[in-house]
Design a protein around this ligand. Structure first.
Ligand SMILES: O=P(O)(O)OC[C@H]1O[C@H](O[C@H]2O[C@H](CO)[C@@H](O)[C@H](O)[C@H]2O)[C@H](O)[C@@H](O)[C@@H]1O
Ligand SMILES: O=c1ccn([C@@H]2O[C@H](COP(=O)(O)OP(=O)(O)O)[C@@H](O)[C@H]2O)c(=O)[nH]1
Length: 456
């Protein structure tokens, strides 16, 4: 079997505590690579002290060899905080209003992709299968091809692909789409993303769909497909069952007393719909006074990308909003919203999901959203909670047992909360079974196997 070489911006070397990183890509790839082994190259997450990135560091842990590079301050600013997270991220999440395009940052993005190719080149063997991940690294295959590499190279986009009217507003859209045509296989989270991608090629006269997923562009034929990412379903369900004994989970259970728990877990990101979600919770308590003092909304929101101005502004706005709502609807003996900015280790999260009667997952737009899947996997089959899920999360395409909501419709979410909290046990069980069966059949191993089978 060929060696698998994975490249992603984020590479989480497990630390001594076994704490997992907050972010679905790292969680899913870790699971996939543990199973089949291989080389995983990417950014260390560190900024070098000088103008040089320093040497590549390799470390083998079990079946995975990690190869990590630091980046210079300029590289991080232009490539990661700049083009990747101030242009591609907002554009792909349909937020043209938040995209801040600058030529210097775009040049830095392409430069860092060339740098990753140079770091990878000496490690590559002719029959390696290379799998590149996410919007940070779209130009990487083109760079490797220019250096003469003929390996199979696949790409998976973890975030949505927007419709043509949005993408074409990005000045370098042609270059980005041409870069994707250098892969042998390009994978998307949902059929909507693939449709949008094909629509962009068509609109620009850059290519067209042939049969069996093949796509013809000016100079190449490559393939596009849908590979919805999953989680380690069975392992996560076991985690959750065992987590009842975890001290944090036990303390949380005691502290919520006999109130019903609603849980939200998201990186602090404008795509996650947090402002609307807090508004919706307030609307729910005001509109359904029987629940006054009878529910707790636990929102776990680790800070993310804090050097991007839009994220920094959101941190302040959300903290104020949560405080204002608590002040306005709370009581001396009831704090309705517990708003936490720390990252919680996944074994503990699993136990918290299981305590919650409602999983509230309302992104305005999301590639997949693994939290929605983890919430379902963590439930007690004899007394499961209800997932209230945005119709604009990739996960909504498969979580058929969820109560789907429009995340912009604050009253609609408030109504869904009342429905979820009042739902009879039989209906909760039926809905949970439908989603859980899908998660068992389409776990992260299946995602990885399907993609690599088609790439190979
Ligand atoms: O690496 P960061 O900048 O800290 O951000 C964390 C990750 O966020 C995004 O995750 C996406 O991938 C998930 C798994 O496929 C998917 O469920 C979710 O909907 C996406 O938002 C990002 O795409 C990753 O590259 C980041 O590492
Ligand atoms: O405090 C936290 C918050 C989140 N996560 C994990 O981070 C991932 C978030 O992935 P998702 O696809 O929902 O969103 P993303 O952050 O990748 O956009 C999930 O596996 C969560 O369990 C975590 O370990 N601790």
């Amino acid at each position: 079997m060929s060696r698998l070489v994975v490249v992603s911006n984020r590479v989480p070397i497990p630390d001594k505590t076994g704490a997992a990183p907050a972010g679905g890509l790292a969680v899913a790839l870790e699971a996939a690579l543990q199973e089949r082994g291989g080389l995983w190259l990417g950014w260390s997450g560190q900024t070098s002290e000088t103008d040089e990135p320093g040497p590549l560091r390799t470390e083998t842990l079990g079946p995975i060899t990690y190869a990590l590079t630091d980046l210079t301050r300029t590289d991080v600013d232009e490539y990661y905080f700049g083009f990747a997270n101030r242009v591609l991220w907002p554009i792909c999440h349909y937020r043209l209003d938040l995209a801040e395009y600058a030529r210097r940052e775009m040049a830095g993005y392409f430069r860092v992709n060339r740098f990753f190719a140079e770091r990878l080149a000496p490690l590559l063997q002719p029959d390696d299968v290379i799998w590149i991940h996410d919007y940070h690294l779209i130009p990487l295959a083109g760079e490797l091809r220019r250096m003469g590499f003929k390996n199979r190279i696949g790409f998976f986009l973890h975030i949505p692909w927007p419709p043509a009217d949005i993408l074409l507003a990005m000045p370098v859209h042609e270059e980005i789409m041409r870069s994707l045509s250098q892969y042998d296989l390009v994978g998307f989270q949902t059929d909507h993303d693939l449709e949008n991608f094909l629509g962009c090629l068509k609109r620009e006269g850059m290519g067209q769909a042939l049969d069996e997923g093949r796509i013809q562009t000016e100079d190449r034929i490559f393939r596009g497909g849908v590979y919805s990412i999953g989680i380690e379903t069975s392992a996560f369900a076991e985690f959750a069952e065992k987590a009842a004994g975890n001290p944090t989970v036990r303390r949380t259970k005691r502290s919520i007393e006999d109130r019903k728990l609603i849980i939200g877990v998201d990186r602090l990101d404008y795509s996650k719909g947090l402002t609307q979600r807090i508004d919706a919770f307030e609307r729910f308590v005001v509109g359904y006074p029987a629940y006054h003092g009878k529910v707790t909304f636990l929102q776990i929101t680790p800070k993310s990308r804090s050097e991007v101005p839009e994220y920094e502004a959101m941190q302040r706005a959300l903290a104020e909003q949560a405080g204002r709502v608590n002040g306005s609807i709370g009581a001396v003996d009831w704090v309705p919203i517990r708003y936490i900015n720390r990252s919680i280790a996944r074994p503990v999260l699993a136990g918290l999901y299981r305590l919650a009667r409602v999983g509230l997952v309302t992104p305005l737009r999301d590639g997949m959203n693994l939290v929605a899947k983890e919430y379902i996997a963590a439930q007690d089959p004899e007394d499961p909670g209800v997932l209230v899920l945005s119709r604009f999360a990739g996960a909504a395409r498969s979580m058929k047992g969820a109560l789907l909501v429009n995340p912009y419709d604050v009253e609609g979410i408030a109504h869904a909360l009342s429905r979820a909290l009042a739902m009879p046990l039989d209906e909760r069980k039926d809905r949970w079974r439908v989603s859980m069966d899908d998660l068992l059949a389409n776990d992260v191993t299946r995602w990885c196997d399907d993609f690599l089978r088609d790439l190979g």
